[in-house]
Design a protein around this ligand. Sequence first.
Ligand SMILES: [Zn+2]
Length: 112
Amino acid sequence: MPKKPPVKRRPGRPAGAKTAHRAHVVELRAQCPACHSTRRTRFFHAATIEHGGQILVPEGPANPPAIRPYTHVEKKRATCADCGQALAITLYLYKPRPEDLGLDEAAAPPHE
Ligand SMILES: [Zn+2]
């Protein structure tokens, strides 16, 4: 059986593809307070509740201090993979509703 000829591909984006503006965002993974490791076991006992509010995010290496709104709180547990410290991790999530974004409800995708 003859060998297939290699598929010729042009490098780069397809013709006509738009250049997307990407906002630079930084996400810092939760750190173990005992050894500062970000490695952990799988999460367990995860639960999310719908609870809105605002949280003060302290100044970090990539951000000034800021007050951030949130709509959901996710709590989960894990264990530090390096020192074995038991961790209770809380995530504050912002899942905006269409009206929060100033969008027409009929045109927007349904809220989770
Ligand atoms: Zn640790």
